[in-house]
Design a protein around this ligand. Structure first.
Ligand SMILES: *Cc1c(COP(=O)(O)O)cnc(C)c1O
Length: 381
């Protein structure tokens, strides 16, 4: 089955009891048993829910894994992955990481004796130098947020395999339509389904997809034991969103390409960060491992002033000033004060995340309207 068919059909069958074409929302906390212990595979809704199970099978098919395991948010999905570790274990992660991912390692897991190291993944050989006997997990995020660096998944996984280290890829920015890390030898994929998978800015949910049964079993155990499960209504919304994933992402990528070109030619714009540009330092890797270059574009202003950046942020009409990304509507954000405020300025500056950086999540509106909106906002600078 091809990807564009999988989004609609994989793991999804008409409901066996009624024939309902759309997966019903099984809004129940428990299930009737015929006799003690005699049931239909469903005992209690933290452990199993049919709506959730369909989403898990669908996600497994999209990423090419053994099973999906759903959580109440992207962070809960990441939390479950970190719970595979033991005190004394260390995580090696990209230094240009989603703010919440950095925060959970630094402020929660370090208290439990799990240490994080945040380094550039540009050079796989340099990554290997940071591996020690306690390194048990390599955390890749690509494209990175908000600098849109690209990590060579295959190369990093190769290094990890050599040292018997688990690799996980946060695939939120790409979505499985653009990039499938398990096919490049990663062990786990995590998603904030809140973004492209849900796609309509109306739900918070997380997914882990495991490559093999052993990892899937461990994560299902953590899912049930720790209990950060999503509700059935949220699973339904993500399932519904996924049905148009290929169309939405394709269109958003097309729009982003045009917007990146427009910004690059604008006299008031400084640097534009977009992996689709030939001049982007990781363009070749992106071209190799992604179907298209994504719909996130970051840029700063020629005068590099926070005041100017704030003028742009305040003066768009179609681009809504908001956190998050991956929805049908275009969003504009200021990473330094919004999504990445929990990262110390010194750390931010190391990766080029300046105070004047602006991040766009390009939606699926008419691109001419979007460009006109940015043009008008930039006129205020
Ligand atoms: C949003 C996001 C997360 C966290 O997901 P939530 O659903 O908000 O908990 C993790 N990683 C990336 C790259 C994200 O954009």
């Amino acid at each position: 089955m091809k990807f564009d068919t999988k989004v609609i059909h994989a793991g999804v069958k008409p409901d066996p009891t009624t024939g309902a074409v759309m997966t019903p929302i099984y809004q129940t906390s428990t299930y009737a048993q015929a006799a003690p212990g005699k049931h239909k595979g469903y005992e209690y809704a933290r452990t199993q829910n049919p709506t959730r199970a369909v989403l898990e099978k669908n996600m497994a098919a999209l990423e090419g894994g053994y099973d999906g395991i759903c959580f109440s948010s992207g962070m809960a999905a990441m939390d479950a992955v970190l719970k595979l570790l033991n005190p004394g274990d260390e995580v090696l992660a990209t230094n240009d990481l989603y703010g919440g991912s950095y925060r959970i390692i630094k402020t929660i897991y370090e208290r439990f004796g799990i240490k994080g190291h945040f380094i550039s993944f540009d050079d796989p050989k340099a990554v290997e130098k940071h591996i020690n006997e306690n390194t048990k997990l390599i955390w890749i995020e690509t494209p990175t947020n908000p600098m849109l660096n690209i990590v060579d998944i295959k190369q990093i996984c190769k290094v990890a395999k050599k040292h018997n280290i688990l690799t996980v890829v946060d695939n939120t920015f790409a979505s499985p339509y653009l990039q499938r890390p398990l096919e490049m030898d990663a062990d786990l994929v995590v998603h904030s389904a809140t973004k492209y998978l849900g796609g309509h800015s109306d739900v918070v949910l997380g997914v882990v997809v495991a490559k093999d049964k052993d990892l899937a079993d461990k994560l299902h155990f953590i899912q049930n034991a720790s209990g950060a499960i999503p509700g059935p209504q949220d699973c339904f919304l993500v399932l519904r969103g996924i049905k148009t994933l290929h169309l939405r992402v394709e269109r958003a990528c097309k729009n982003a390409k045009k917007i990146a070109r427009f910004l690059n030619a604008h006299p008031k714009v400084g640097k534009v960060f977009y992996p689709g540009f030939k001049e982007h330092p990781h363009h070749k890797i992106a071209k190799r491992q992604m179907k298209d270059f994504g719909a996130m574009v970051s840029f700063d202003l020629y005068d590099d002033s926070v005041t100017s950046a704030k003028k742009v942020l305040k003066n768009t009409n179609l681009f809504i000033l908001a956190e998050s990304l991956g929805g049908v509507e275009s969003l504009i954000g200021h990473p330094a004060s919004m999504t990445h405020a929990s990262i110390p300025k010194k750390e931010r500056m190391k990766v080029g995340l300046t105070d004047s950086l602006i991040r766009l999540s390009v939606g699926i509106e008419d691109v001419d309207d979007l460009i006109e909106d940015l043009e008008a906002a930039l006129a205020n600078v």
